[in-house]
Design a protein around this ligand. Structure first.
Ligand code: ZN
Length: 879
């Protein structure tokens, strides 16, 4: 019999207390072994001013086998301390002392991938958020910052490479074929930034000369076979280092910067001081194995982790409720960087699409939380799109309000005030406000409010006074009755008959730029523009200036006009998306009413104009011609009409393909590759548009069009074109699909990252037999539940990205994902918790589907021994 665990208790932000003790130094020694690993830790501890003299020292620990503890060099006997499964307590240890502990751990059994674990035969660590306590007894909280040294000892033949944070200060041989390396990190850091690696790895080296003339050695460590896939990561790192100097005046601070690629990793990557650990997916790229999107992903994750060196490491979080302090800010910084490296409009569209699809859904479901949460049970459940992506939007709004130079002044002051400290989101906001002499009090509500606010806009033209009055109103998020008033920047432009109008608000003497940032701080505010020659079309929320839902009454014709001519590339795309959404929702209503389907002529014409527009690059065209996905569409229905939406969208895609067959075919034929693969803007644009054309054409099912995909699949010298063709064939089905899948598997089955694509493409397919195939794939010999990338590529993609198949009315999709969650949970609860989130939107569906999802949630909730990570998610979903 398994005993019921006591209900895990939430931790509240309001309960934050500074610790009684801090740790100034940590000296670690690791005896890495195949069976057991011994960790020796000597902590230099100090009681903080104001703490009671008799305060006990309570160190965190988890899954540690306690061996010994010594206080001030004297071994303690059993009665002098208390060990529990999660703590080591020393009653009244004194004002300043050293504490030396020895524990044993078993990295080879650690499938949670938190703490010290093994991946592909190597040792590695993951300590954020609370993994360090799985390595040794510690005050495992980010406001305890210490200087670390680490001696790593291991078998020399098996683990020739020994790495940890900071500088390598000694190496040497030991008895029994073992060797060691000692690393010192001169910068005080919280325990979550500790890292260690031991393994058989190869180094792809490089260097960077900082603006003050120091040469930094760069090392990318990978498995021997992958040494030819590191060049892009290195280039991205060098570009990030230069960019942070140029844009924020931030220089790297150690003499060495290392990145290690790991095959088993729960998230994207980790910014450990001087020794980043990366999911291999965000390091390894070669033209034949990685797509254009993979190249972009690597560039942005490399930048993200590098930028953490200042926003996260030098200045860190006081407690985990402040996570967005480092994550929202660092995502914002990596986005600025990506925009500078490539196309700002393309980058912005991608980010907003992801925000609306994922974050808006999270923010209106059972896991909704402010970017700075008020409570959590399992911190790992709060590495969310809300904390990261909405958090980045909040930073972006402050930059919009302060301007680029004002934002930089604020950042400078933030670093000046807080370098070496563990601080809060309020400290950050205060630095921005103080550096600019502005008030960000009302703005601060963005940190505590839940949900996506609604902004309503209404415009009125007065021909007599040639003025246009725009009224903006803010309303609480849908489904919520009240909300405090926010400070919302709304970027606006007006389109006149002859193009964009220079804007002059009443009271101003001269007209200014075409885009104006209006600050909405009241429930309702009106803004009067003067000198407007004719009734304009308003372009609202340009660049998506605030993470809100915009409601505005406008005609299809107005949207078509913006789609054709808005000078703001983002808003141009956005207008097209809104038009497409209307068209698709009307079609879905037709499906449900069993009316005959016909694609809106005006929409087809608008798309034809996009295809023909010489002023748009291929990437923007491809984005404009991609219809809103089914999940986004469902968000705009009171009850998600799963089947009708799918049928409507499939119909629209085919109808558009039929209507635009000739121009799409012309694009396809005229934009064949002219030489070997090159990763550069013009080429990426060309591939994006050509592959979009192919995707439309193949849906027509004509043999000669399907043959285009077959031949592209065979001839492609790069993964972008190969994967795009395979995706078309998988949706098409039939013998072409089977042949291509078999060929792809034969060629790539030994390459985990590429094989993940093979699973993911099948899980995402719109083909009606997808559920059967996914079920079979879950039993495929290459499927592995315990590898996070592999599990996500099948179960995650199916549960989250394939609305139509996951939510099959017979409930088999739900059962499949629930089965996998239950199978994974005992081994890797963090991974299971992410996958189970597929059930979060269950209340959005019809009674049959609700019933089916709820039954699965209850089945999971009733599982004896369920992890607290999964329990927190399902309890919230069922509450
Ligand atoms: Zn981060």
């Amino acid at each position: 019999m398994t005993e019921a665990k006591p209900a895990p208790q939430p931790i509240f932000r309001k309960d934050y207390r500074r610790p009684d003790y801090t740790i100034d130094r940590v000296d670690l020694r690791f005896e890495l072994g195949e069976e057991t690993t011994r960790v020796h830790a000597t902590l230099t501890v100090r009681r903080l001013d104001g703490a009671p003299q008799a305060a006990p020292l309570v160190l965190d620990g988890e899954n540690l086998r306690h061996v010994s503890v010594a206080l001030g060099g004297r071994e303690l006997s059993a009665g002098e301390y208390v060990v529990s499964p999660t703590s080591l307590t020393i009653p009244a240890p004194g004002a300043a002392f050293t504490l030396a502990t020895v524990v044993e751990i078993r990295p080879q059994d650690n499938l949670e991938l938190s703490g010290l674990y093994r991946s592909s035969g190597n040792f590695c660590t993951q300590c954020e958020a609370e993994g360090f306590r799985r390595i040794t007894w510690f005050l495992d909280r980010p406001d305890v910052m210490a200087r670390y040294s680490a001696v790593v000892e291991a078998d020399k033949a098996k683990y020739p490479v020994l790495l940890a944070n900071g500088n390598r200060v000694a190496t040497g041989d030991l008895d029994g074929g073992r060797h060691f390396a000692r690393w010192d990190d001169p910068f005080p850091k919280p325990s979550y930034l500790f890292a260690l690696v031991a393994g058989d790895l190869r180094c792809f080296p490089g260097e960077f000369v900082t603006r003050s003339g120091r040469t930094v050695r760069l090392e990318i460590w990978v498995e021997p076979d992958n040494i030819d896939r590191c060049a892009h990561a290195l280039r991205s790192l060098q570009a990030s280092m230069r960019w942070d100097e140029d844009k924020f005046g931030r220089e790297y601070d150690l003499d060495i910067y290392m990145i290690v690629a790991v095959n088993d990793f729960n998230l994207g990557a980790m910014e450990n001081k001087g020794l980043n650990l990366f999911n291999a997916k965000y390091v390894l790229a070669r033209p034949d194995t990685a797509t254009d999107d993979d190249y972009d992903g690597i560039e942005s994750v490399i930048a993200h982790e590098y930028f953490h060196n200042w926003t996260g490491n030098r200045v860190t979080c006081r407690d985990w409720f402040q996570l967005t302090l480092k994550e929202g800010l660092t995502v914002f910084r990596d986005r600025l960087f990506s925009a500078d490296m490539g196309s700002p409009a393309v980058a912005r569209i991608g980010d907003v699409l992801a925000l609306r699809t994922n974050q808006f859904a999270e923010d209106s479901g059972p896991m909704a939380h402010p970017i700075r949460p008020e409570s959590y049970i399992e911190m790992n459940n709060f590495y969310t799109t809300t904390v990261y992506e909405k958090g980045a939007e909040v930073i972006g709004m402050m930059r919009t309000l302060l301007g680029e130079a004002g934002f930089r002044r604020g950042m400078d002051l933030y670093f000046e005030r807080h370098d070496g400290q563990a601080v809060t989101c309020d400290d950050f906001r205060a630095a921005l406000a103080d550096a600019n002499g502005v008030d960000l009090e009302q703005f601060g509500r963005w940190y505590s409010q839940v949900g996506t606010p609604v902004v309503r806009a209404r415009g009125e033209y007065d021909a007599n006074t040639r003025s246009y009055t725009l009224t903006l109103e803010q309303a609480p998020p849908r489904g919520r009755t009240s909300a405090e008033l926010l400070h919302i920047p709304v970027a606006v432009g007006l389109l006149g008959p002859g193009g964009p109008l220079p804007l002059k608000l009443s009271g101003e003497t001269a007209a200014g730029a075409d885009t104006r940032v209006l600050e909405l701080r009241e429930r309702s505010q009106s803004f009067r523009f003067e000198g407007v020659p004719a009734a304009p079309v308003a372009s609202l929320l340009r660049g998506f200036s605030a993470p809100v839902e915009l409601e505005v009454e406008r005609s299809d014709a107005d949207l078509a006009r913006l789609m054709a001519a808005d000078p703001d590339a983002f808003s141009r795309w956005d207008a097209g998306q809104e038009l497409g959404r209307r068209v698709l929702l009307r079609l879905a209503a037709d499906v449900e009413a069993r009316r005959p389907l016909a694609l809106d002529r005006a929409f087809v014409d608008a798309c034809a104009k996009i295809v023909a527009d010489p002023g748009l690059d291929g990437s923007l065209k491809a984005l404009a011609l991609t219809l809103p996905n089914e999940r986004l569409l469902g968000q705009h229905q009171p009850v998600v009409a799963v089947d009708a939406l799918h049928e409507a969208r499939e119909f629209a895609v085919q109808a558009l393909a039929a209507a635009l067959r000739e121009p799409l075919l012309a694009i396809y034929q005229s934009s064949a590759p002219q030489g070997p693969y090159r990763i550069e803007r013009a080429e990426v644009d060309r591939r994006k548009l050509r592959n979009l054309a192919l995707a439309y054409l193949v849906t027509l099912g004509e043999p000669e069009l399907v043959a285009l995909a077959v031949s592209q699949f065979h001839l492609a010298d790069n993964m972008t074109d190969s994967e795009a063709a395979l995706a078309c064939l998988i949706d098409h089905g039939g013998p072409e699909r089977d042949a291509a899948l078999a060929e792809f598997h034969r060629r790539w089955h030994k390459d985990p990252l590429v094989l993940d694509k093979w699973f993911a493409l099948q899980a995402a397919s719109s083909h009606p037999d997808t559920l059967e195939r996914v079920t079979a794939l879950a039993d495929h010999p290459d499927f592995n539940l315990l590898n996070p990338n592999r599990a996500r590529s099948l179960v995650g993609v199916f549960g989250v990205r394939n609305q139509h198949q996951f939510h099959r009315k017979d409930g088999r999709g739900h059962a499949l994902v629930a089965d996998k969650v239950l199978a994974i949970d005992p081994h890797n609860s963090q991974l299971a918790a992410r996958l189970v989130a597929a059930f979060n939107p269950w209340r959005r569906f019809d009674p049959t589907r609700q019933q089916s999802m709820r039954a699965q949630l209850e089945r999971i909730a009733g599982q004896p021994g369920l992890s607290k990570a999964v329990r927190e998610i399902v309890d919230r979903a069922l509450a």
